[in-house]
Design a protein around this ligand. Structure first.
Ligand code: CAA
Length: 248
């Protein structure tokens, strides 16, 4: 994979960071986006990776801003070469019951989790078509498949991501491009740590695996889908959720 460039948005999150690490270990040239406030945190794990003999670079970009994404794409292409593998992993939660949800919670989640997917993918998919190769992997959520209390915004965005994947899958299939969704269940990250403890315990009790997932278990599926050999897996929504579906 020495020549393939992978761009990961949201590389500073629990899942995004592990995706960067595993892709770098698998031999991809990995670049991640971050916002200004995340620089230090990224620098920390960059050092960790360097010590282990792998490298991840970063570029600053607010993925909710289409023009910023355009500038970021030009910078990435110039510095690292054309992007072959794109992982849309940037995401936030702003949970509230729909009947109490401020517009700001709706807007920020749809912007960060859904608009970002178009803003970033739009910059790279044309080049992928020209070169006849591309892997687009959207990190959604079990809650985009089932809905969740307090997450009308998040569930809508995550379900929307998979609609986007399916359309891109059709558009790119004859151009060597695949677009797939991975829908993680409840994974040990800062995002799930913020769930009220009682609610979280109730959720974990429903997981047949009897525990939350780990970020590396999601990253493993990403590396699988990113491979050249994965071309016939297209438009899929792969759940990585410890068997959670079987509990519903
Ligand atoms: N399952 C079952 N019941 C739930 C629930 C859940 N996930 N979330 C809330 N409830 C219940 C509460 O237990 C409570 O029940 P009672 O009235 O019987 O006590 C009722 O709903 C009201 O809850 P709150 O008192 O907490 O009401 P609130 O308005 O203060 O907050 C809430 C509501 C924002 C939904 C809050 O309960 C909450 O944050 N819940 C967790 C939501 C959640 O699961 N988010 C997932 C984040 S992680 C993620 O998104 C990653 C991923 O992709 C999987």
């Amino acid at each position: 994979m020495a020549n393939r460039v992978a761009l990961v948005t949201g590389g500073n999150g629990g899942i995004g960071t592990e995706i960067c690490k595993q892709l770098a270990t698998a031999g991809y040239r990995v670049v991640t986006t971050c916002v200004d406030a995340e620089r230090e945190k990224i620098a920390d794990w960059q050092k960790e990776l360097a010590a282990a003999g792998t490298q991840v670079d970063w570029v600053e970009c607010n993925v909710t801003d289409f023009e910023a994404c355009k500038a970021m794409a030009a910078e990435v292409t110039e510095k690292f070469g054309p992007v072959d593998v794109l992982i849309n992993a940037a995401g936030i939660t702003r949970d509230a019951f729909a009947h109490k949800m401020p517009l700001e919670n709706w807007d920020s989640v749809i912007q960060t989790n859904l608009y970002s997917v178009f803003n970033v993918t739009r910059q790279f998919v044309e080049g992928m078509r020209e070169r006849g190769f591309g892997r687009i992997i959207n990190i959604a959520s079990v809650n985009g498949q089932t809905g969740q209390f307090g997450q009308a915004n998040y569930s809508a965005a995550k379900a929307g991501m998979h609609g986007f994947s399916m359309a891109l899958a059709k558009e790119g299939a004859r151009k060597g491009i695949t677009a797939n969704t991975i829908s993680p269940g409840y994974v040990e990250t800062a995002m799930t740590a913020a769930i009220p403890e009682e609610v979280r315990n109730g959720i974990v009790a429903q997981v047949p695996a009897g525990r939350m997932g780990r970020p590396d278990e999601i990253a493993r599926a990403v590396v699988f889908l990113a491979a050249d050999e994965a071309e016939y897996i297209n438009g899929a929504n792969i759940p990585v959720n410890g068997g959670l579906f079987t509990s519903f």
